[in-house]
Design a protein around this ligand. Sequence first.
Ligand code: NDP
Length: 319
Amino acid sequence: MENKNRITSLFKIEFPIIQAGMIWCSGWRLASAVSNAGGLGIIGSGSMYPEVLDEQILKCKAATNKPFGVNLPMLYPDIDKHIETIIKHKVPIVFTSAGNPKTWTTHLKSHGITVVHVVSSLKFALKAQEAGVDAVVAEGFEAGGHNGRDETTTMCLIPLVAAELKIPLIAAGGIGTGRGMLAAMNLGADAVQIGSRFIATPESSAHDNFKQTVIHTPEGGTQLTLKELTPVRLIKNEFYQKVEKAYESGANVEELEQLLGRGRAKKGMFEGDLTEGELEVGQISGIIKEIKPAAEIVAEILNEYRLAIKEQQTEKFSF
Ligand code: NDP
């Protein structure tokens, strides 16, 4: 039986489950595993030097015949080289984030690439639509990593965007289960994008120390901070406590920049330095308890989604 909605048709995938592109955590192994499981896997290119992305795309192609994408944070310093690589390898789908969607959308689309832009507000969702993207990811405050300044939660953001956007909508931020997926779809999304849950997989390129920390992070264990630089949600480790102390002592932007320095995300998530590194993960880490293969996660989410739909026929909902 063919199950098609606007997103599964657009990406030519089986299920509307998209794995978020996450720096240092999502290379070819994770992306191909999610695509092979019927979702859409995404290579997070923000942490990859140009030659690394080239190699990762080739490996992903060798590991799956299914569509996959590349996430391109527009703050990336060598973005022109990444774009060339993506076009050279005919990557079918690109998710752009952290920047103006007008800059690259027309160019990418002229090469037959499906373009999706990640936003954190209705205003930017409409701007992305105007720029000609094929779909939008609306990401709420709960999400890990880079985030918006307005702190709009997924619960509020998705219906706001769904009411005005004409093109397909993907919900992100705080989604990691089948019930969460159904909730997001009920709020008006056509698909979900899941990041944190896929860090806790054998296929993720994150350091094992970080994976273990993710599955032991309690509710309230993350915080959105450094809004004066690029807002980021991370685990409240020693580095985070230093940031808090800096705020308490009235640090200015230059002092915060100095404290952050360079390469902290790599240190934490890829090299496993849990003290001094940036550990970027979403609020949903509070319910992630196990490391398991990406395909199992996709299957589990789908089972729970289908069960939750059946439950809607029961008394609890019958009023
Ligand atoms: P920093 O400036 O602190 O460090 C740059 C890091 O990126 C280094 O670890 C470096 O690796 C690596 N890198 C890969 N390619 C290049 C390149 N061409 N030039 C310079 N450095 C490169 O940045 P962050 O680690 O905070 O962020 C890196 C990228 O990831 C940015 O593009 C940013 O926009 C994106 N990002 C996206 C997030 C999201 O949520 N989507 C979250 C956080 C960051 P090495 O140490 O080996 O030199």
